[in-house]
Write a protein that binds this ligand. Structure first.
Ligand code: C2E
Ligand code: MG
Ligand code: MG
Ligand code: MG
Length: 281
C-alpha cells in the first residue's frame, strides 16, 4: 500500500540519516586521532610573478596521511568544518606554517610569504587573532610573511564578524586574500571597505581562458580599481598564462608552474639554490 511504501521510505531515510551521522561521528573521532598522532601534513604550491617567472610566495595545503594513503582536504575539511574540529586543525596549520617560515630563514636565509586557508568557523573564534599573533611572536615571523586566505563565500556568510577579524589582522600587518573570488556573492559595496590585500580569481574562470574571458577580465579590473594584488589560480596551460600576462595579471598559481609539493620537494626545487635573500627585511 501507499502507506506501507511511505513508511518504508521513511525508515530508509532514517537509516540513511543514521548512517551519515555515524560516518560523521567516526570521522570526527578519527580527525581527533589524526591530530593527536600527527597524521596531517602540509603541501606547498608556489605562486609566481607572471612577468619574471620568480617565486614570490606559496600556499600551504593540508593532506591527511592515513594508512599509507594521502587523503584530499576536499574529503575531510567539510566534515572538520561541520564538527568544529577545524578550529584545532586550522590552528595546527597556522603554527606549522610559522615553523616553516622560521626554518627557511634559519636554513636558507630566505623568506617568501606562506598563505594559509582559514575556515569561517575559525573566523568566528575569538582566539584566532591572539593565536596568530602568538605564533608570529614565538617563531619570530614578520607578519607580512603570513597571508590568510578566506573564501569569498565564508567572508560573505557573516560579513560583520569577518570585517572585525580582518581589521585586527590587517592592522597587525598580516596579508589577507579573498579565495575563490567570483564563486560567492560579494556585495560590491562591502568589498570596497574590506581590509583585504589580495584577490584570487577562482580557477573555474582561469579554466575558461582564453576563449571565455569576461569574468577574468572583470575581476582583474575590479581588483585594480580597488588597489588589490591579484592571483590567478589553477593555471594549467601556456594559453591561459599568455592571456593573463597580456591582461596584466601580476601573479599566478597552478599545475602549469607546479603542483603542490611536499616541504622537501618545495625546498629542493624553489629554495635550495635560490638567490632571493632577506637582507632587505
Ligand atoms: P583552495 O584554497 O582554493 O586551493 C587550491 C586548490 O586547487 C588546491 O586543491 C590545489 O591543489 C588545486 N590546484 C592548484 N592548481 C591547480 C590547477 O592548475 N588545476 C587544478 N585542477 N587544481 C589546482 P587542494 O589542495 O585539494 O585543496 C582543496 C581545497 O581544500 C582548498 O582550495 C581549500 O579550500 C581547502 N583546504 C586546503 N587546505 C586547507 C586548510 O589547511 N584549511 C582549510 N580550512 N581548508 C583547506
Ligand atoms: Mg586557498
Ligand atoms: Mg581557491
Ligand atoms: Mg577552493
Amino acid at each position: 500500500s501507499a502507506k506501507a511504501a511511505g513508511s518504508n521510505q521513511w525508515s530508509f531515510f532514517k537509516e540513511q540519516m543514521t548512517e551519515r551521522a555515524a560516518i560523521r561521528l567516526s570521522t570526527e573521532a578519527s580527525l581527533h586521532d589524526a591530530l593527536k598522532n600527527n597524521e596531517f601534513v602540509l603541501y606547498f604550491q608556489p605562486k609566481l610573478d607572471i612577468n619574471t617567472n620568480t617565486v614570490i610566495g606559496c600556499e600551504a595545503l593540508i593532506r591527511w596521511q592515513k594508512d599509507g594513503r594521502l587523503i584530499s582536504p576536499m574529503s575531510f575539511i567539510p566534515v572538520a568544518e561541520e564538527t568544529g574540529i577545524i578550529i584545532p586543525i586550522g590552528r595546527w596549520v597556522i603554527e606549522q606554517s610559522c615553523k616553516v617560515l622560521r626554518d627557511w630563514r634559519k636554513k636558507y636565509n630566505y623568506a617568501i610569504p606562506i598563505a594559509v586557508n582559514v575556515a569561517s568557523q575559525q573566523f568566528a573564534d575569538a582566539s584566532l587573532v591572539p593565536d596568530i599573533k602568538q605564533f608570529a611572536l614565538r617563531y619570530q615571523i614578520s607578519p607580512e610573511l603570513l597571508e590568510i586566505e578566506i573564501t569569498e563565500t565564508s567572508l560573505m556568510n557573516d560579513i560583520e564578524q569577518a570585517i572585525m577579524t580582518l581589521e585586527q589582522l590587517k592592522s597587525a600587518g598580516f596579508g589577507i586574500a579573498v579565495d575563490d573570488f567570483g564563486t560567492g556573492y560579494s556585495s560590491l559595496s562591502y568589498l570596497r571597505h574590506l581590509p583585504i590585500t589580495t584577490m584570487k580569481i577562482d580557477r573555474a574562470f582561469v579554466n575558461d581562458l582564453p576563449e571565455d574571458s569576461a569574468i577574468a577580465s572583470t575581476i582583474l579590473m575590479l581588483g585594480k580599481q580597488l588597489g588589490l594584488s591579484i592571483v590567478a589560480e589553477g593555471i594549467e596551460n601556456e594559453e591561459q598564462l599568455d592571456w593573463l600576462r597580456e591582461n596584466h595579471c601580476p601573479i599566478g598559481q597552478g599545475f602549469f608552474y607546479s603542483k603542490p609539493l611536499t616541504l622537501e620537494e618545495f625546498e629542493q626545487r624553489f629554495i635550495a639554490n635560490q638567490t632571493a635573500k632577506i637582507e632587505h627585511i
